[in-house]
Design a protein around this ligand. Structure first.
Ligand code: F6R
Length: 592
């Protein structure tokens, strides 16, 4: 939610352009509005210059003047509507300080009243603007750094801020709960600040992910790390990421979503070559009798549910809770519980709340994450980094299948069949590659017949049940079509009333123990006039048509789900949606 970007010592001398390009890479974090503040090289007034606009940043241009230090923001609105005035950065009354912010300042109203009494003029409805005025107030008696630290320590909520000061040409950034990372281009002495690495990957892969309670102070001479509570300086050690620039570019594809769907030919199999040691460690805890609780939100929660089926197949009991409904059940979590938290971003607020509670109860935390350096990683005892690379499209695809593959490997390891699982996952590469390349033509044809529909229903059973939930979510997110998934057995308990002549009904199936039952459910839908579209590795007389997927035993759901991802993409295109940036959604939901 919301993207932060800043540069100091921009070597092009056009920091506003650099910031704009960086914000475009962060657009997936929020696309209600965007804005930039710069200290011009030749200022007409002794003030920061600002440009802000509502709408998507994709095609935006900036007319801000030349400069070498600037900050920018792309917004996902929380407090205050989507207006130019509410777009960040927010200025103080002097126009010399500007603030960008990701998070929610829960106690902003108490500050605002007091600041208004002191004569501060507010020009937005946001919680963020109080930060600019608070720093302005404090800077009267102390240095910028201390004023920002003190202000930040008074804020309640999960927040990350960046403050630019005209006078000292300094950017101070602080983190508590919302992600922040700095990048250092040592050769050109350029410093970057971002909510995520892709924003500055073009310039450097040497980074430091800020921890909660840390601040960086960036001047034209240096970058320093501080502890926010004590104000003491800390050693800044940079890590070098193995991400390549191509990972954050579209690479010839029309959208990141399509690129990331196609990348699964490689990314799923890659999970078989990582985390072997960690998976062994977790399997050993399971064998010692640790009970398993899986949690996550949205797509990650469906991954958790699929994990529950994988573990059940391996003869191991597990429990699954959506992280947003975790707390009532947290009393059952104890020292002998392994909480497996699944998240692409590692920053989802509800998931972090669940994990923090589980940690309080003494549970061991395992995270299955994609993004690196996240809060979830820091909270974890064991990290399974799935290594799918940056996922830029808001809709999760390759991170999901890598997480799913990781859970499969874990369930196999827990029943002492890790090598078998590894082989199966590795083999997916070739099978999926051959199949995906032919899938597009089939799905474009299908999408054309569905593009004007209003409702689609989907059923699946056993492993294909979570697959159906995920398939439906992809259709909804990418194309705004109402797609309602059910466990096959549930449909006849009420919702079958909605099936009429021609209603599209997807039936996800595998050659498994419930093939006969799911086909009976398909027949029931067909008898009510439903148009039955099978997604399965076989043809059947119960299907009016079929999207054939590879027969991969328990792993058939990989193909079944990928078919949903790609169909969602083509339906989105056909229905005029932006597949990379669905309306109202943000990539990383860092608020409750
Ligand atoms: C699905 C999607 C969301 C996320 C959910 C959790 O395509 O984008 O449902 O899966 O918000 O996000 P992470 O995995 O980052 O915790």
């Amino acid at each position: 939610m919301c993207g932060i970007f800043a540069v100091v010592n921009d070597k092009t001398g056009n920091a506003a352009q650099t910031v704009l390009a960086g914000l475009k890479k962060l657009e997936y974090r929020g696309y209600d509005s965007w804005g930039i503040a710069i200290k011009p090289t030749s200022p007409e007034t002794a003030k920061l210059q600002i440009e802000k606009h509502i709408g998507k940043i994709g095609e935006a241009q900036t007319s801000l003047p030349a400069g070498t230090i600037a900050i920018g923001h792309t917004r996902w609105a929380t407090h205050g509507g989507v207006t130019d005035a509410n777009a960040h950065p927010h200025l103080d009354c002097t126009g010399k300080l500007a603030v960008i912010h990701n998070g929610i300042v829960e106690n902003y109203l108490e500050f605002k009243e007091d600041l208004i009494k002191k004569g501060h003029k507010f020009s937005s409805e946001t919680d963020t603007e109080v930060v600019a005025h608070l720093v302005e107030e404090k800077i009267k008696n102390q240095k910028l750094t201390k004023a920002v630290f003190e202000t930040f320590n008074e804020l309640v909520g999960s927040n990350a801020i960046g403050v630019i000061d005209y006078e000292t040409e300094t950017i101070v950034a602080c983190r508590n709960g919302s992600p922040l990372v700095v990048g250092v281009d040592e050769k050109n002495k350029q410093y970057f600040l971002g909510s995520d690495v892709p924003a500055f990957l073009k310039y450097t892969n040497k980074v430091h992910f800020l921890d909660d309670g840390e601040s960086v102070v960036i001047t034209t001479n240096e970058i320093k790390l501080f502890d926010l509570k004590t104000g003491a300086e800390k050693k800044l050690s940079l890590q070098t990421l193995d991400w390549k620039l191509e990972d954050a570019e579209k690479g010839g594809f029309s959208h990141f979503l399509l690129k990331e769907i196609m990348e699964q030919k490689e990314t799923i199999a890659k999970t078989a070559s990582v985390n072997e040691k960690e998976i062994g460690e977790i399997a050993s805890l399971i064998k010692q009798g640790f009970k398993i609780v899986l949690t996550g939100c949205g797509t990650a929660s469906y991954c958790a549910l699929a994990g529950k089926y994988f573990f059940a197949k391996a003869g191991i009991e597990s429990q699954t809770y959506g992280s947003y409904e975790f707390l009532p059940f947290s009393k059952f979590i104890d020292k002998k519980t392994l909480v497996i938290a699944i998240s692409q971003s590692g920053e989802t607020a509800d998931t972090l709340i669940a994990v923090r509670q589980a940690k309080k109860n003494g549970a061991k935390i395992v995270s299955i994450v994609n993004a690196r350096g996240s809060t979830l990683e820091r909270l974890s005892d064991i990290i399974l980094a799935v290594g799918a690379g940056p996922e830029i499209a808001v809709v999760s695809t390759k991170a999901f299948t890598s997480q799913l593959a990781t859970l499969y490997l874990l369930s196999k390891a827990a029943e002492n069949k890790y090598d078998e699982g590894k082989k199966q996952i590795k083999e997916l590469k070739e099978t999926l590659t051959l199949w995906i390349d032919k899938l597009s033509t089939r799905l474009i044809g299908l999408a054309k017949t569905l593009v004007d529909q209003e409702h689609i229903y989907l059923i699946g059973k056993h492993l294909n049940y979570p697959a159906t939930l995920e398939f439906a979510l992809k259709l909804k997110e990418s194309s705004y079509l109402h797609a309602e998934p059910f466990a096959a057995g549930e449909l006849k308990h009420g919702v079958i009333t909605l099936i009429q002549k021609g209603t599209p009904c997807f039936v996800l199936a595998s050659n498994d123990e419930v093939k006969g039952e799911i086909l009976s459910s398909a027949a029931e839908l067909k008898a009510r006039g439903g148009r039955i579209i099978g997604v399965a590795p076989f043809k059947s007389s119960e299907f009016d048509e079929v999207v054939e997927t590879p027969d991969l035993a328990d792993l058939t759901i990989f193909g079944n789900i990928i078919a949903g991802q790609l169909l969602g993409y083509y339906l989105g295109i056909g229905r005029g949606a932006d597949p990379d940036k669905p309306r109202n959604l943000a990539k990383s939901v860092t608020v409750k």
